[in-house]
Design a protein around this ligand. Structure first.
Ligand SMILES: [Zn+2]
Length: 469
């Protein structure tokens, strides 16, 4: 029985999808004005893992995640880089897709952009005004929060706290235009001459940020969805406002389960612009000594609701575990075939482990417990590799391991990490030394490489390398 922790109720609830065998899932995507940082990547990776677990269990997931391709961040970045808003959005949307692919994140079923839904957004606001849930002032439109019962529920704050927070956080709003401090903008007029504005009954402008997700969910998934996901910092105001406007619009429940992932801390401090400790995935992936799949594993191995503590040391520790996985999977790949029968006693053992694996993942996607079971199976595999079991038995163990690893975004087991330049030069020198039969020198270089964490082996086809963990 699948349970999920719902931020709305603050409880673990039994997950029952609206349609049998299908999951309607929405994840708030990035504003495409810069390279994504490790916190954005954590959210992307956490919900990719959850999606893949549903799929592994045989559910069909309709996974929608957006790009916010308008607004002040995009406009200002365009001014900085001498690009149009559209060029900025294209550049960083592509960069996001590249980073996500490097982290083995599956493509979304649909990846809509806010600017593709302008007419629908205007129509949505018109209906809210007609129903008396919103009002226009000087070309801006606001949502009447005090008209919506349970406005504060998802945020788990009281209205006074919300109003205090709202004043500081909603820089998009003109406080003196609003009937109530907690009201939020559905539409903002745009008067700057060089900035893109869209036509509306209230004059040229652009939608408030919260509106796009409500409208894209409405258009692509329906009135009520199973799972709405995002970082915990989005619970208020973003998701609180999405919920208020969508439920007012449809007069029915918007989301059955709200799932939020925890923060990422960098070197034990909160990541923030002012501390200058923003780590972008783009930069990490440019570093040849970082294995993208090791980075994926690092981001996945913490339960999605807990904070991830990033440091280079912790990333390297995760890589050491990743390398253990590589070694076993490669050794299995070298030995498997369909020869012989699958050993029934071992098959039983694997099935028992799989039961525990499912139990862990069914419990609000407890990746940490699931990985413990995965490492037990890995240990069993290592034992079997030195015994005389049939290749078919090894093949069975390998397939189960690979299918679990796929959930965590680990799909490739060949060596992919790029060698540092210095190591490449040393390998060339060593090859030359061996050719000249200068074995003293070749041994010396081998030791040097070992010091760099690289094990050199000599085979019939020349030297091959393996990373030491
Ligand atoms: Zn959103």
């Amino acid at each position: 029985m699948q349970t999920v922790y719902n931020t709305y109720s603050l409880e673990k609830e039994t997950f029952t999808p609206i349609q049998d065998g299908k999951v309607l899932m929405y994840l708030c995507g990035p504003t495409v004005y810069n390279y994504i940082h490790i916190g954005n990547a954590r959210s992307t990776v956490a919900f990719d893992t959850i999606r893949k677990y549903f799929e592994w269990r045989g559910l069909e997931v309709n996974f929608v995640s957006n790009f916010t391709d308008l607004g002040d961040k995009v406009i200002n970045q365009g001014i900085k880089e001498g690009l149009t808003e559209e060029e900025v959005a294209d550049k960083y949307a592509n960069a996001f897709l590249e980073d996500a692919a490097a982290l083995n994140v599956a493509p979304a079923t649909t990846r809509p952009r806010a600017t593709q839904y302008m007419e629908e957004m205007v129509a949505f606001v018109e209906k809210l005004i007609a129903q008396g849930d919103a009002y226009e002032v000087n070309g801006d439109v606001y949502f009447k929060t005090n008209q919506f019962k349970n406005y504060a529920t998802l945020s788990h704050q009281n209205m006074d706290e919300l109003k205090k927070n709202a004043a500081g956080r909603l820089e998009d709003d003109d406080q003196d235009e609003k009937q109530d401090a907690a009201d939020f903008a559905l539409w903002k007029k745009e008067v700057r001459p060089d900035v893109t504005a869209w036509p509306s009954p209230w004059g040229p402008g652009r939608p408030g940020w919260h509106l796009e997700c409500s409208v894209m969910i409405d258009e692509l998934l329906g009135d009520t969805i199973d799972i709405h996901a995002g970082g915990i910092d989005l619970a208020f105001p973003h998701h609180t406002n999405e919920l208020a406007q969508s439920e007012s619009f449809h007069d029915k429940r918007f989301v059955n389960y709200w799932l939020h992932n925890g923060f990422v801390n960098v070197n034990d401090e909160k990541m923030s612009k002012s501390l200058g400790n923003f780590v972008t995935i783009h930069d990490l992936l440019q570093d040849d000594s970082i294995d993208p799949q090791g980075l994926r594993y690092f981001l996945t191995k913490t339960h999605y609701r807990r904070p991830v503590a990033y440091s280079r040391d912790r990333l390297d520790q995760a890589q050491a575990e990743m390398d253990k996985i590589y070694r076993t999977m490669r050794a299995l790949d070298a030995k498997i075939s369909a020869d012989g029968d699958v050993d029934q006693a071992i098959n039983e053992q694997v099935l028992l482990l799989e039961e525990r694996f499912i139990q862990a993942m069914d419990d609000d996607f407890n990746v940490e417990n699931a990985l413990t079971v995965m490492f037990e199976l890995l240990t069993l595999a290592n034992k079997l590799l030195t015994s005389d079991v049939t290749p078919a038995t090894l093949s069975k163990v390998r397939d189960v391991l690979a299918s679990w690893l796929h959930i965590f975004g680990i799909d490739q087991f060949e060596e992919e990490r790029e060698l540092p330049m210095e190591a490449k030069t040393l390998l060339e020198e060593r090859q030359a030394a061996r050719k000249a039969k200068d074995f003293a020198k070749s041994d010396e270089i081998r030791d040097q490489l070992k010091g760099m964490g690289i094990l050199v082996k000599d085979g019939r086809e020349g030297q091959s390398i393996e990373w030491l963990s």
